[in-house]
Design a binder for this molecule. Structure first.
Ligand SMILES: Cc1cc2nc3c(=O)[nH]c(=O)nc-3n(C[C@H](O)[C@H](O)[C@H](O)COP(=O)(O)O)c2cc1C
Length: 411
């Protein structure tokens, strides 16, 4: 019923504006479901203009926008760049001015018939997915580590099932499978912030305790899904959004992750960024992603390699320093929690305990050193003397380390 009303309005419109809050790197699960619905019902949106307005803290607003754009393009829509506002922007004069100017820009795009996907790349060659048959090799499974596989597998997804079967048989540890379809998740996150107080969700489906007791207690977490509308699908997204009850605490930090994905993952640049960024921000080593792209033998090799990489990561507690996705993401969280510490008390405690408030002003030694160099450089005589010495200066601490290593070797 709701859909029929929506379909009528959408099909009668010239411009569709997707307006939503950014949730967990993408759109709220409810919007993922809506998009799936629009596609299932073959809603006639071809040739219509679309744009989007989001509010967020700019934490992966970029992947959210790209997700909506990719789906709009699937439906043949003309994509006009969206507006990504900070949560508080529209309360400020500057933010309101930006919004007005953006709207003028949208109207002009329609008047002039210009849009982002004016020229589409027709030459994209897709690496094919193939039917994958489980090899059924069985190994001894040790119980020294606990591994959970979270999936939304449903009947008909044979490749996904066979990949899970093989992954389980090749991994030298016992695994538990949690199928989200068998769980009673009452609904998507409502953004009510009830959990900000004490970590308890307003829904009474015990999802928060399920997360804490059955997921976060494992030595590794493996996610297994089939790509749906350029994402992990609305049910998986619901699982992701509901993790908001953990606040911004990276509670699974140090636990390695792996993915089994059915579909053309190689083509899904945006989803690949989300998968990597999620692991980066969470402080989880991403052991890898096995997909069903390639031949039976290739897929089998990739799954085998993934079980080996994951085992190594678990055994050695292997981690890597965060890259831009992780460092940048954590700086946004850090600033957010610091400002909102009066409300987000659990988050604040966690950030303090884990030394996550790495504000620059805390690096007192470095700052004093750099100021001294700056002052020296403002004196013309010192400036000419120091010319070309900057690199030498930067190498100095390393030379000290090399000298120490040499000394150790001699002893
Ligand atoms: C479940 C959940 C996930 C969120 N994920 C993100 C995120 O990935 N990036 C971000 O910048 N903000 C995120 N936020 C913050 C929301 O974007 C922000 O609360 C929203 O823009 C406020 O809009 P509203 O007032 O319309 O709810 C998230 C909030 C919730 C409740």
């Amino acid at each position: 019923m709701i859909y029929e009303g929506m379909k009528e309005h959408l099909e009668a419109s010239d411009l569709v504006v997707f307006a939503y809050p950014v949730y967990t790197f993408l759109a709220p699960s409810q919007l993922h479901r809506t998009i799936a619905f629009l596609k299932e019902k073959k809603t006639k949106l071809q040739g219509k203009y679309m744009t989007q307005i989001t509010t967020s803290k700019h934490f992966y607003d970029v992947t959210a926008h790209r997700y909506i754009e990719d789906n709009a393009m699937d439906m043949g829509m003309k994509v006009i760049r969206g507006l990504s506002a900070d949560m508080a922007d529209l309360l400020t004069r500057e933010g309101q001015k930006d919004a007005r100017e953006y709207w003028e820009y949208v109207l002009n795009c329609i008047r002039e018939d210009c849009y982002e996907n004016q020229v589409q790349n027709k030459n994209d060659k897709k690496r094919k997915t193939t039917a994958y048959h489980a090899m059924g090799i069985h190994k001894e499974h040790s119980q020294t580590k606990r591994v959970v596989i979270v999936t939304d597998y449903q009947k008909g997804q044979d490749n996904l099932k066979n990949m899970i079967v093989d992954f389980r048989s090749k991994l030298p540890y016992e695994t538990t499978v949690v199928n989200l379809r068998k769980m009673n998740i009452r609904g998507g996150c409502l953004g009510c912030f009830h959990c900000a107080k004490d970590g308890k969700c307003i829904y009474t489906d015990h999802f928060d305790s399920f997360l804490r007791n059955r997921i976060q207690t494992n030595d590794a977490i493996v996610y297994a899904f089939a790509i749906e509308d350029h994402s992990m699908g609305s049910l998986f997204k619901m699982y992701d959004d509901r993790q908001f009850c953990n606040g911004h605490r990276t509670v699974t930090m140090g636990i390695p992750m792996a993915y089994l994905i059915s579909g053309n993952y190689e083509e899904e640049q945006n989803l690949r960024m989300v998968v990597e960024a999620r692991a980066e921000v969470g402080g989880n080593y991403l052991s890898g992603v096995a997909t069903d792209e390639g031949s039976q033998t290739e897929i089998d090799h990739v799954i085998t390699a993934l079980t080996k990489k994951l085992s190594y990561a678990m055994e050695h507690h292997y981690q890597q320093p965060r890259n831009f996705y992780g460092v940048g993401g954590m700086k946004i969280f850090r600033d957010l929690i610091y400002v909102m510490r009066g409300l987000m008390k659990e988050d604040h405690r966690f950030y303090k305990e884990h030394g996550m408030y790495d504000f620059p002003q805390k690096q007192i030694g470095t700052r004093i050193g750099i100021s001294a160099v700056g002052m020296l450089l403002s004196i013309p005589a010192a400036q000419s003397k120091m010319q070309g010495k900057m690199t030498e200066g930067m190498l100095l601490p390393y030379e000290k380390i090399f000298a120490e290593l040499e000394k150790e070797k001699e002893q």
